[in-house]
Design a protein around this ligand. Structure first.
Ligand code: NAP
Length: 289
């Protein structure tokens, strides 16, 4: 396949690495990113065959053979990026994205693509690390991780996008943009805010001796609970901004749970607290191994 990747950061760079490593020469990958050094680095680590900051500098014969373009820029620039590059690409090309929200993207992106007789299928690759940029790109990032694709009347386009993600090891689920946004608010977007609030609450300790001691004693448990709160701030802001109502709904539900725990502790209801924790111990297995 001939694949374009726009936005050569953690997700775009990692995708390019896997597409070129696994294809035994069957994939050709061209890339676009904002920063010329990023383009050079992406070529140097073999995340792309060719990359440039301007689509005009990617040869026409390469663009003309493109099957799929994957937009891996921050959420706020996904639609403007499609608008910018769609006129340079052939009719029938399939666009997809990896953005962490889907309702704000799928319908407007589909409309832009229709103007050029092109197709759009939304995706969200549920894989990441706390790092960003091309230097954070890593092989096998997507292996055995879930990926969402959104439905379309264009069944062939959905199947092609599904195959792309399966080729890098992802487990693909199909759901509407609205269902996606509510589900990821619960397990991804609200947890970023909760984990960030935990870090902020630790830093609010006023006794400098205790604060320093806490920082020295923090170990694997704190590493787990603080990981997503210590990630890319721009990504966290965009999750809340573009998925506001679902994120607020999840945070209010969380607030009720936390209030319940506070009441149990204030009232010394130790048996009830243990029962609450026994339920959460059991229920965690519904989400992760
Ligand atoms: P990232 O590491 O910051 O990579 C994005 C890259 O896009 C930047 O490094 C930047 O590269 C480039 N870029 C920014 N604006 C651009 C533009 N207008 N045109 C072309 N290139 C542009 O971020 P990421 O974590 O890969 O996230 C990218 C997308 O993946 C987001 O939409 C996010 O919602 C989604 N996502 C992220 C995760 C995660 O955990 N990180 C998981 C799933 C999905 P240069 O400036 O260096 O050229």
């Amino acid at each position: 396949m001939n694949i374009g990747i726009v936005g050569l950061g953690l997700i775009g760079g990692s995708l390019g690495l896997d597409l070129l490593a696994s294809s035994q020469g069957h994939n050709y990958v061209w890339g676009i990113s904002r920063n010329p050094d990023t383009c050079k680095q992406a070529e140097a680590i073999a995340a792309v065959n060719i990359a440039d900051i301007d689509i005009e500098n990617i040869p026409d014969r390469i663009l003309a053979q493109t099957d799929i373009v994957v937009i891996c820029t921050p959420i706020a620039s996904i639609l403007s990026t499609i608008t910018l590059i769609a006129p340079k690409l052939p009719a029938n090309v399939i666009f997809t994205d990896v953005g962490s929200v889907k309702s704000a993207i799928v319908e407007p992106a589909s409309k832009i693509c229709q103007q050029f007789n092109q197709r759009f299928v939304g995706s969200h690759t549920m894989a990441g690390t706390a790092f960003q940029g091309i230097s954070a790109a890593e092989k096998d990032l997507f292996q055995n991780r879930p990926c969402v694709v959104t439905p379309s009347n264009d069944i062939a386009a959905v199947e092609k996008v599904r195959s792309l993600w399966q080729s890098v090891g992802m487990n693909v689920f199909e759901c509407s943009p609205e269902e996606h946004d509510r589900a990821v608010a619960i397990i991804s977007h609200a947890p970023v805010m909760i984990s960030a609030s935990l870090i902020a609450a630790c830093q609010a300790e006023g006794d400098q001796t205790v604060l320093k001691l806490a920082q020295n004693l923090a170990s694997s448990g704190f590493r787990d609970t603080s990981r997503v709160g210590g990630g890319n701030p721009e990504l966290g802001r965009l999750m809340a901004e573009y998925n506001q109502s679902a994120v607020l709904r999840s945070l209010h539900t969380y607030q009720q749970s936390l209030q319940e725990v506070i009441s149990l502790i204030e009232n010394k209801q130790w048996e009830e607290l243990e029962a609450f924790l026994a339920n959460t111990q059991r229920d965690r297995s519904f989400y992760v191994d």
